[in-house]
Write a new protein. Structure first.
Ligand code: UD1
Length: 428
């Protein structure tokens, strides 16, 4: 068991470098399985979910060679099984991408129902609907926690998604790139990581067009060759540091970002009173004066990302009036507000709407990270609060934020990670 201890109130200043995008990485690593040759992937974030994906590739038989801390060579030619070990698949939500990738490679896949963050019902019916449209057989009922998908031959088809789903869009893309004929995905997700996965597939010789719009056309090819590919920067990691700058009245240069991907976040922070300057691959966020109350609605890209909702909530909780957040993507993403109440946040929640009555300051308290982004929100609150906060269950946070303590420390945060031996933790 480990926790973060934060002494709040320091103004964050300086430069922070953003790592590779978690949600792109977790699809690109399984996508390597589709290649007939080795691939070199760089800008892999140093997060536990990426390590689990590499462990899964290795367990399937891929040969992995680490080139440096963010680059690996992956040789998928020796992979001979289509079954992902249960204990590894359960460790993260995105293990579902191995379904699409293995189905595309072998015409067969067996993966446990995914684990990961719990913020409401997280169905994968649209993924399965897509695989079925390509000619795969998928289970009507999940047995023993496993999903089996198989097809004699995947054949391109038109698929209209009932909801805009990042996971279903990418999974069908993975299954369709080597299918026979043309696949059209309508009502596709447009997130930057969907485009990044399509770009990676194209760099291996796939024929994917329209990624980033709501119609994606995939002409199946027989072979994919090896490629060298660098993953895009993480939009949400960058957005979280932007929120840290606003919460602490700070001044941060956030480097290695694509400013275009941050526009919906920047727009809201500007409304809150932040000054934001864009450079080619960096943004500067400066905050002087009070945080202005405003309203936020989460939407699929290019709307305000749901994965920035908890961090933005902390800022609005410190706003100069009443703010409303409407969560349009997930059913149950306000559970973290109970934790924030321990720090003095005043908010009411009714279904998908949370109303924040701004308070002048927060006070440090012991809190828990209930999921990845809820944990990020605890960190934003802890940095802004008066006094000391201890954040428990940080394994959730480390699923998605690389070197969080080191990066925050370098820009002025008073923070440390405390490792408690298991035997002590059990008796605490
Ligand atoms: C991905 C992100 C997650 C982010 C979410 C929305 C990864 C690993 N995770 O999750 O951080 O919060 O996008 O931006 O990339 N839905 C269905 N049926 C399905 C699939 C989804 O009804 O088969 C619904 C979900 O319940 C949700 C909505 O569609 O209400 C969006 O989900 P989706 O975009 O699929 O999220 P994930 O890909 O799981």
């Amino acid at each position: 068991m480990s926790k973060y201890r934060v002494q709040g109130g320091n103004r964050l200043e300086g430069t922070v470098r953003i790592g590779g995008a978690k949600n792109a990485c977790l699809a690109i690593l399984p996508a390597v399985l589709l290649s007939d040759e080795p691939c070199r992937i760089s800008n892999i974030p140093n997060i536990s979910d990426a390590l689990v994906s590499l462990d899964i590739l290795e367990a399937l038989g891929a040969r992995i060679r680490r080139i440096d801390k963010s680059t690996v060579d992956i040789d998928p030619t020796s992979v001979s099984t289509h079954e992902v070990p249960h204990d590894l698949a359960r460790q993260m939500r995105a293990s579902y991408y191995f379904l699409g990738a293995l189905l595309g490679r072998f015409g067969e896949a067996r993966v446990a129902l995914p684990g990961g963050c719990n913020f409401g019902v997280r169905p994968i019916d649209q993924h399965l609907k897509g695989f079925t449209a390509l000619g795969a057989t998928v289970p009507a009922v999940v047995t023993n926690g496993m999903i089996d998908a198989s097809a004699d031959c995947l054949i391109g088809n038109s698929i209209y998604f009932d909801v805009v789903s990042v996971g279903a869009t990418i999974n069908v893309l993975l299954a369709a790139v080597k299918a026979r004929g043309i696949t059209i995905i309508e009502n596709a997700a447009k997130e930057p990581h969907v485009v990044d996965v399509a770009n990676f597939l194209n760099s291996m010789g796939a024929d994917v067009r329209g990624a980033g719009t709501d119609v994606i056309k995939i002409c199946g090819v027989q072979h994919l060759h090896g490629a060298e590919y660098s993953i895009i920067p993480d939009q949400i990691e960058a957005g979280t540091y932007m929120a840290c700058a606003v919460a602490t009245g700070g001044d941060l240069w956030i480097e290695n970002v694509i400013p275009k991907h941050l526009e919906s976040i920047s727009a809201k922070l500007i409304e809150m009173g932040a000054e934001i300057t864009e450079a080619d691959d960096a943004v500067r966020v400066r905050m002087n004066g009070p945080i202005h109350a405003c309203n936020i609605k989460t939407m699929p890209h290019p709307g305000f990302p749901t994965d920035m909702q908890p961090q933005a909530a902390v800022l609005l909780a410190l706003g100069d009036g009443t703010s409303i957040i409407t969560e349009n993507i997930w059913d149950n993403r306000f559970r973290y507000i109970d934790e924030l109440r321990r720090m003095g946040v005043q908010a009411t929640v009714d279904g998908k709407i949370a109303v924040f009555q701004g308070v002048p300051y927060l006070s440090g308290a012991p809190v828990r990270a209930l999921d990845l982004r809820a944990g990020a929100a605890m960190m934003v609150a802890a940095l802004a609060a008066r006094g000391q906060t201890e954040i428990e269950d940080i394994h959730f946070i480390e699923r998605g934020y690389e070197n969080f303590v080191e990066k925050l420390h370098a820009i002025g945060a008073d923070i440390c990670r405390i490792d408690i031996p298991d035997a002590v933790a059990r008796h605490a």
